[in-house]
Design a protein. Structure first.
Lengths: 291, 291
């Protein structure tokens, strides 16, 4: 099996190649003066299984992925597995209002055109895997994040809301600490109080764990509240760190003690690699690659 | 028939609606803080024929088009015709080297997923229409450009090279003037002389016509040479004005007298509309829309 890493997943592709001990393909990527992408695979892959690794975000990287798939398919690859460390558009996963595009379905259908199998990490909702017209699997980077947090003497893990508490539970179990979720209570017409449902943050080292940090607004508010309630340190961790709209500044000015993310989107906060869980899933679902 | 104009083809869609007297659909387009698009069609289009108008360039607009198609298809449109005023990636129309993606084929295949018919304007090469898996047609904006140039007392029309001389001939016939093409002659190891093959530019009002102006480098050199040879004025005209990489500055500093483009890509030089030739083709191929 060969691995083709796109420009938005260099780190994951390299780490994955090391972990599953399969070779990376040589390829040329460039952009023309009008910003159009150019993709060329330099090795002969006729009859070979190819793993294409590319984060499907933002838009230009989605188009680059479609071109990578075209090149690999046209070169006669036997089986194409597409690994999407982050699956963009996953939050528009249904029609919230009549007439809307279901964007994650649209992206999934197009990626399915030249794919035999798709793998993604911590999709925002599990049902979006069904939008692919080929078998699609997900894995979770929570255990990798938990391993990192274990070194940090965290007292308890918080989910940002009730719906996300399973993720906090999973991390807490691995770290062997308590977990809880943050509850918003409207205390008068306008003020909202954010507190852990059961636990007391006073004097504690706390970590909030979520799947995606986008603009970081809610996260920043939660950090401020927890600090007010006497938390000693508050770290935030996520699988997909988009950090858009001044998220970094918001989090730091809320007195966040550490920001942790995987490399599904490569940023300065990518402290652990999503390649760990992807490799584990690959070795489980595609046992022949061990050869 | 209803017309849905995307954010990269507002002008063409509006002009087209006026020309073929069919209503524009109401739609919401926005971008989330992470730059992902949101598309919602506000009118009921179940069972209706819909014309989606969107320039497939640059990458984010291609993704927006795929979302528009998803929304229109999902809303139960009867027939979807996709109008691509400019078909991006059309210059990567074959494998120039082994292992390359054929980008225009990839884009065409994805656009075909939710389309019953595709229409584009002056494709860079005619064979790219075959990359669509649905019937695809092209029309030419040359006559619209020629009508504009007719008012300008042009003495002759030039093609930038021999391969493009049919376009110059077509424009010249409509204007009722002469035409020629520019020939490059290497006069020593490094210097290249660019001159009209037969005609003499001295004292003449000349227009160079091409399908695409991208970085404008060759065009700027041609203008300089023609001015050196005594041309009174040199205008440049194209269907698709990308004007990237400082093209405007290059053309103006080469002493270009006028830059003319259609609105397949909307810029300050969009002086004529591609809607004219699209409307003509539509009325010919879909005569029922006259009702």
């Amino acid at each position: 099996m060969y691995i083709l890493g796109g420009t938005s997943a260099k780190n994951v592709a390299q780490n994955l190649a090391n972990k599953i001990q399969q070779p990376l393909l040589q390829a040329t990527y460039k952009r023309f003066p009008d910003d159009e992408f150019y993709v060329r695979v330099l090795d002969d892959i006729a009859g070979e299984d190819v793993l294409i690794v590319q984060t499907a975000y933002p838009d230009p990287k989605i188009v680059e992925l479609l071109l990578m798939q075209d090149a690999v398919h046209d070169a006669g690859a036997k089986k194409i597995t597409v690994v999407l460390p982050y699956f963009g558009y996953s939050r528009q996963d249904k029609k919230f209002e009549e007439g809307e595009a279901i964007s994650s379905r649209a992206v999934a259908q197009h990626i399915s055109m030249h794919a035999d199998c798709v793998i993604t990490v911590d999709p925002h909702k599990e049902h979006i895997l069904k939008f692919f017209s080929v078998p699609a699997y997900s894995c979770s980077a929570v255990s990798t994040i938990a391993q990192y947090l274990k070194e940090k003497n965290i007292d308890f893990i918080l989910a940002p809301d009730k719906g996300a508490k399973d993720r906090a539970k999973e991390a807490a179990t691995l770290i062997n600490c308590e977990y809880d979720y943050l509850e918003k209570t409207r205390i008068d017409g306008t003020t909202v109080k954010i507190t852990p449902k059961k636990l007391d943050a006073r004097g504690k080292h706390v970590a909030i764990i979520d799947d995606i940090i986008s603009t970081g607004g809610t996260m920043a508010n939660s950090i401020k509240e927890l600090k007010k309630q006497g938390a000693k340190t508050v770290s935030v961790a996520c699988t997909h760190g988009l950090f858009v709209g001044g998220a970094k500044e918001k989090l730091l000015s809320a007195d966040c003690d550490e920001i942790i993310s995987t490399d599904t989107i490569e940023t300065e906060f990518s402290k652990v690699s999503a390649a760990d869980c992807i490799a584990e899933l690959l070795l489980k679902t595609l046992p022949h690659i061990k050869n």
